[in-house]
Design a protein around this ligand. Structure first.
Ligand code: IMP
Ligand code: MG
Length: 182
């Protein structure tokens, strides 16, 4: 049996740091959306842990939906082509939508999704991302709520994967170089 911790080079953001960041984001959303009933749309798979923690700090009447998307290819580079594996289950016309993402990197996924969702006539669309790598942006997409501005490093954990592994780590970490070639 190989332990997951053997592949970790260092912990970039601890559980406590993530918890405080998520609370601060929820506080801002609670204030900004007072008297409104937003729909939180989690982008799977990466956002499942962030969504679960964020939503329990939201004190508004709200609903939750998910979309599953994947960028073509399973390596660390995104090409920009987005495949929709699971679409929304509810209607968003006339609703205030908050997209919940794990990490905003090139922005290609979100710029595609915003265009895709706009067609369904929501009242508003805002983006809430736990992590933001502005150095890698290839589009004009900006997060309305961003938790952590992070360096241009590939990270895993707290929902984020490398080749579908490491999503279960409760913190955010950098892998040892040899973990990529196992
Ligand atoms: P974008 O389209 O380049 O903005 O990529 C967004 C998606 O790529 C994120 O939602 C993640 O699923 C994935 N991604 C980007 N950077 C990382 C990373 O450092 N680790 C794990 N996944 C990442
Ligand atoms: Mg994602």
């Amino acid at each position: 049996m190989s332990a997951i911790t053997e592949d970790i080079e260092s912990v970039l953001y601890s559980e406590e740091y993530i918890r405080d960041t998520v609370s601060a984001l929820a506080t801002r959303i609670n204030e900004d959306y007072r008297d409104r009933e937003p729909v939180f749309i989690g982008i799977l798979k990466g956002s499942f842990m962030f969504m679960a923690d964020l939503i329990r700090k939201i004190e508004l009447n709200c609903s939750v939906d998910f979309m599953s998307v994947s960028s073509y290819g399973s390596n660390t580079n995104t090409t920009g082509a987005v495949k929709i594996n699971k679409d929304l289950s509810g209607d968003i016309e006339g609703k205030d939508v908050i997209i919940v993402e794990d990490i905003l990197d090139s922005g290609l996924t979100l710029s595609y999704l915003i265009n895709y969702l706009q067609v369904r006539k929501p009242t508003s669309i805002k983006i809430c991302t736990l992590l933001d790598k502005p150095a890698r942006r290839k589009t004009s997409v900006k997060a309305d709520y961003s938790g952590i501005i992070c360096p241009d490093q590939f990270i895993v954990g707290y929902g984020m994967d490398f080749s579908e592994k490491y999503r279960n780590l409760p913190y955010i970490a950098v892998l040892k170089p040899e973990a990529y070639t196992k």
